[in-house]
Ligand binder design. Structure first.
Ligand code: UD1
Length: 367
């Protein structure tokens, strides 16, 4: 049989982590000598282009190098998405793969899904069915459209599959688990061997809080960003803040006025970030992936958003939604601290599958 040809479109940091898990499962599939091997072609849109937002992830995670980099770079949503759409369309026209594989909810996801669907190339969407129910988020629009266009909807949780059912989408829906969980299980030991983490910053395990802030809803709203930084300055432990370039640009010279216990560092490579998460006393974040990684390392998480797609973490008492209001952030931290900065011992252990999501995805793609 001729090989199954898959074009994978990635562009932003979290997608590199997710795609690495599936590329590894594809390599395992091919190594087993199947009737139908898989030929994967990775297309990098160039949405993230700084070395520490992109190259370092390909290196550390040993992702096959992209066949093509579209180098679209930054820009307003319409212009950025349009540039990707045009270039992905012309690639797909000449290549005509069996599947177009996209991840998550970024502008790269939207462009890949839209270009493929118009050319009748079937779309597989990893991380389908997540909803914040907040259409002011660009991510929500991207994921709703990608789900409408996808033929194979690969959900990380049963909540995500139920969201799709409520929207009348049942065909092609599979709850496979979360590929980010596969990735943490695979990489935690490697991260430990690589060293790094808090020791490099002179910090002892469980002595510091780890924070990330990059969502447009926070960085592009001065009142929200000020509220979050105000809360950070009032917390009484060291805070490690690996800073996304978007946030760095917004803050500019204000960065110099942050309280001394807030340690701003460059965006952390994946393995380093895993160690920073594992050893943190508590995590404060507006990232989706970091909320789950905190749970996998049994670290409490305060989410700097008004809603989350990962509702099961809130229900299990592992995550508290605090938005950007300093009083709410401080009280969420205090609530976790009063419980010894540990998670409820009776929390469910298997919210995100069994660590074999990528394997299941490959089976569905080849099936
Ligand atoms: C994107 C995703 C978001 C995801 C995040 C992970 C969309 C709409 N958003 O947000 O869902 O959580 O990636 O990081 O797709 N920049 C650089 N260097 C880079 C990349 C970005 O300096 O390598 C700066 C640019 O000034 C750019 C800004 O960051 O304007 C925003 O980048 P963009 O890719 O548009 O969105 P993210 O904020 O990274």
């Amino acid at each position: 049989m001729p090989p199954l040809r898959i074009t994978t479109v990635v562009g932003a940091r979290p997608q590199f982590v997710k795609a690495a898990a599936v590329s590894r499962a594809i390599a395992a599939h091919n190594a087993a000598g199947p009737d139908r091997p898989i030929e994967e072609r990775i297309v990098h849109t160039g949405q993230h282009y700084d070395d520490n937002m992109s190259r370092v992830f390909f290196d550390e995670l040993r992702i096959p190098p992209p066949a093509v980099n579209l180098q679209v770079g930054s820009g307003p949503h319409g212009a950025q998405t349009a540039a990707m759409l045009e270039r992905i369309e012309s690639l797909l026209e000449s290549d005509r793969p069996d599947w177009l594989l996209v991840y998550g909810d970024t502008n790269s996801t939207l462009a890949g899904a839209l270009a493929a669907a118009k050319l009748h190339v079937p779309v597989a969407h990893v991380e389908a069915g997540l909803r914040s129910f907040n259409r002011r988020m660009p991510e929500e629009i991207n994921r709703v459209v990608a789900d409408c266009l996808a033929a194979l909807l690969l959900c990380p949780t049963s909540v995500a599959a139920a969201n799709l059912a409520r929207e009348g989408v049942r065909r092609g829906v599979h709850a496979v688990g979360d590929v980010m969980y596969d990735s943490v299980l695979f990489n935690a030991k490697l991260a430990q061997q690589a060293g790094g983490g808090p020791a490099r910053l002179g910090l002892a395990p469980r002595s510091y809080y780890l924070a990330t802030v990059h969502r447009a809803e926070n960085t592009d709203d001065p009142a929200r960003l000020a509220g979050i930084l105000d809360a950070f300055s009032r917390l009484d432990r060291p805070i490690v803040l690996p800073l996304h370039p978007r946030t760095r640009k917004t803050l500019g010279a204000e960065l110099d006025r942050l309280a001394g216990h807030v340690r701003v560092i460059d965006p952390a490579p994946y393995l380093d970030m895993l160690m920073l998460e594992r050893d943190a006393r508590l995590v404060l974040t507006d990232s989706g992936g970091v909320q789950k990684e905190a749970y996998w390392f049994a670290v409490p998480c305060v989410t700097l958003r008004d809603e989350t797609e990962w509702v099961e973490l809130v229900e299990a008492g592992c995550n508290r939604l605090a938005g950007a209001d300093p009083a709410a952030i401080l009280s969420a931290v205090a609530a976790f601290e009063s419980a010894g900065a540990s998670l409820p011992p009776d929390r469910p252990a298997d919210l995100y599958g069994d660590g074999r999501a990528a394997e299941k995805i490959v089976r569905l793609l080849t099936g």
